[in-house]
Design a binder for this molecule. Structure first.
Ligand code: DP6
Length: 366
């Protein structure tokens, strides 16, 4: 695999101080990534909608170290302080430190700087919404802004590609949080330009019915997950249905690619819900087995099915690795569906909380 293209050239310029701020979104997978090999290589291709309102804003201040400091730091860990919502967060540091270790080969310039990272999420911290995708993609964009300052010959296309490549090394799904509105990650014979190393914007013309597609996230359980995604991915290694699942996911990418181009919403609903339930079926059938859905997750699913039938609607749900439900629907159904959610689904959410979001275009420099 061609990872050499991502190793930064030794910098010609010397920059003492710099600061960059990026806002990057969360994303919701339609065909799921579940199962990987080292280093962060997915077992199947996945495809996601990029969100808008669920995002992270991150500023990194870079301060160049003195020569003496740089020499003494060689071979040591990358030097950074981390603040989350204004407070120092020691407990978040190991994941970020691990990320810097994985990317140091591609961004050796990070050793030359002391970094101060300030990060905040638009969604409540303990909402059960995974913040690793938006969090790590924001750090990746800040690093690419510095790399661009050190080497202004980099093209925008390369910057996005490398940012996705770096973000992937932090968290697989983060590779899909740089661009939008639809991103494919994982090599797939029918998606031109697709790669296991980084996400690419869906390369074909998308039917207009998917413009401004809506995602309302019902916060069923805001608690810490009992089983992390990383543990879940690992349980796919000796899973009896793993190979069939990876094959099915790739076939679903082929099917979804056609649906996204022809706008067949009935087929979209069927495929997206089947993917969500299959993801959870993999959890139910792994060993050790586990259940991340809650009773209210099922109540909501049943209500969505009832509503769809009664109203000839194209509403559907998807799930990530947790109990929260993402309710997806076309923009033209917004008024009716939002009323249905407020009147009939909000009561299944913790403190009646839900977040209204729209599919969007990815990272923004602030
Ligand atoms: C169920 O990207 O969180 O949301 O690579 O270990 O950080 P790591 O896993 P992560 O897994 C996401 C799993 C998922 C499906 C998806 O987003 O495709």
């Amino acid at each position: 695999m061609d990872t050499a293209q991502f190793i930064s050239k030794s910098s010609i310029k010397s920059i003492e101080k710099a600061s960059f701020t990026w806002q990057t979104p969360s994303n919701i997978a339609l065909v799921k990534y579940w199962g990987k090999s080292n280093p962060q290589i997915p077992k199947n291709a996945s495809i996601s909608f990029t969100l808008n309102n669920c995002h992270t804003i991150t500023t990194i201040d870079f301060q160049r170290k003195s020569n003496a400091d740089r020499v003494s730091e060689t071979g040591k860990l990358v030097d950074f302080d981390l603040f989350f919502e204004g407070k120092r967060k020691e407990e978040f540091k190991p994941k970020i430190a691990e990320f810097f270790t994985r990317i140091q080969e591609y961004c050796p310039f990070v050793f030359g700087y002391k970094m101060t990272i300030h990060s905040e999420n638009s969604f409540p911290h303990s909402s059960g919404i995974a913040s690793s995708a938006s969090g790590l993609s924001a750090i990746a964009m800040c690093l690419m802004s510095l790399e661009f300052k050190l080497n202004s010959e980099l093209s925008q296309e390369f910057i996005n590609k490398k940012a996705s490549f770096l973000a992937r090394l932090g968290s697989g799904s983060a590779s899909r949080s740089i661009e939008g509105p639809l991103v494919v990650w994982g090599k797939h014979s029918e998606i031109e330009g697709s790669s296991d190393l980084f996400g690419v914007p869906f390369p074909y013309k998308i039917h207009s019915v998917f413009n401004k597609y809506q995602d309302v996230i019902l916060l069923v359980d805001k608690g810490e997950k009992q089983v992390s995604s990383t543990v879940g991915h690992n349980l796919m290694h000796n899973h009896p249905y793993a190979e069939t699942r990876f094959k099915q996911a790739n076939e679903n990418v082929t099917k979804l690619s056609k649906i996204l181009q022809n706008g067949n919403l009935k087929a979209f609903v069927n495929l997206v819900e089947s993917e969500a339930l299959t993801l959870h079926a993999m959890m139910l059938t792994s060993n050790p087995y586990f259940i991340l859905m809650k009773p209210n997750t099922l109540e909501i699913i049943n209500k969505i099915w009832e509503y769809r039938l009664e109203n000839n609607s194209n509403i559907c749900f998807t799930l990530d690795a947790g109990a929260n439900v993402h309710v997806l629907f076309p923009e033209e159904e917004k008024e009716n569906v939002c009323q249905f959610i407020e009147n009939q689904l909000a009561k299944y959410c913790q403190k009646n909380h839900y977040i209204c979001d729209t599919v969007s275009f990815g990272a923004t420099k602030l």
